[in-house]
Design a protein around this ligand. Structure first.
Ligand code: FAD
Length: 319
């Protein structure tokens, strides 16, 4: 059975949920092999998690060279593994960093790249959003080793404990790959809410909120549901909510089970970042708002009336 390489998403060695999803998906395609790239001493924190989710093999590179530079060193490692291990496919998560790595790996290995997949069959046919997410197509890579960028929340993670064989990858990162050095890292302020790209439920607010302070309404609804908070670009550009919470073409891509859009019109650039959400609920006072064309449930009304009632109804159900 051919290996399917999974690039491990982690924060300082702590794996993110999407890693379990990708390993689960990889197991449906072949033998799951995790690729862990991190600073010295970080693999120990990921080891058990990767074993728990069925990584039969783990390729490990612990070096400042793979974490201190933008994208290229990681791509160099993956390209080497593609050449040495001839995997059936390479899976990476649809995060900003990994998208860049995926594109570089595909270019280096002369392989086809599939973007924003939300499903992948055992014969590697992917379901993906294209044209900014406005159209869903099925695609298959016909050249090289398929490099597939998979949206978080596309696969339900299932544990399948194994004892992985570990292999340290012996690679000297080239000077060319060290062209862009990371000089500073700004850690996002901890909100206590789930990570936006990994959340099962996302509540996003837009220009319809009218002011920064009204985002407390969105946060309250989000907290009632254990959700992450997103925002449209109109809201982040206005300074009502941090840019790191922006959903859309130039923001983050989300694919939760439930996406609630509050006072968001549904512009194509916003849609690009959330269209593959399983269930979309829109709250908007304009019945002609474009978001109602692709929402599963639409609530036409003033958000300042609707959202408090929604919060109350959810809280009553919980009681
Ligand atoms: P609006 O379009 O102004 O919509 C506000 C909505 O709120 C309206 O539908 C209105 O009916 C409703 N509303 C108003 N008051 C109430 C009320 N009291 N109750 C209920 N509803 C109410 N946008 C993104 O979101 N993400 C991106 O990543 C992104 N990238 C972009 C990239 C490019 C290159 C460009 C050109 C644009 C991009 N945009 C992006 C911007 C996008 O085109 C829209 O301008 C933006 O999404 C609009 O945000 P909005 O829906 O909050 O605001």
């Amino acid at each position: 059975m051919a290996e399917v390489l999974v690039l491990v998403e982690h924060a300082d060695g702590e794996p993110k949920k999407v890693t379990a999803e990708l390993l689960t998906l990889a197991r449906s395609l072949g033998e799951a092999a995790a690729v862990f790239l991190g600073a010295p001493g970080t693999y120990a924190k990921a080891k058990e998690y990767l074993a728990q989710y069925g990584a039969a093999r783990v390729y490990v590179v612990e070096s400042e060279d793979v974490v201190g530079y933008v994208g290229a060193p990681a791509a160099e490692v993956l390209a080497k593994l593609v050449a040495d291990a001839s995997p059936a496919a390479v899976l990476v998560a649809a995060t900003a960093d990994s998208r860049e790595i995926a594109a570089r790996v595909a270019a280096k290995t002369d392989s086809g790249l599939i973007w924003d997949a939300v499903a992948l069959t055992p014969d590697l046919v992917a379901t993906q959003g294209i044209f900014g997410g406005s159209t869903i197509v099925t695609s298959k890579v016909v050249k090289g080793v398929p490099v597939v960028v998979v949206r978080p929340n596309s696969t339900a993670p299932e544990a399948a404990p194994v004892t992985p064989s570990e292999q340290t990858v012996d690679i000297a990162i080239s000077d060319a790959a060290k062209g862009a050095k990371i000089v500073d890292r700004v850690v996002e302020a901890k909100s206590g809410r789930p990570d936006l790209t990994e959340a099962q439920v996302v509540v996003s607010g837009g220009r319809g909120l009218g002011a920064a302070e009204h985002f407390t309404l969105v946060e309250k609804l989000a907290d009632t549901l254990g959700a992450a908070v997103g925002a449209s670009r109109a809201a982040t550009d206005a300074g009502w909510y941090p840019h790191q919470n922006q959903v859309g073409q130039t923001g983050k891509t989300v694919s939760p089970q439930l996406y609630i859009a509050v006072g968001i019109s549904g512009a194509i650039q916003h849609r690009a970042g959330m269209q593959t959400s399983k269930t979309i609920v829109a709250i908007n006072k304009d019945p002609e708002a474009p978001i109602f064309e692709f929402a599963d449930y639409g609530l036409v009304g003033d958000l300042f009336n609707v959202v408090p009632q929604l919060i109350e109804a959810i809280e009553k159900r919980r009681a």
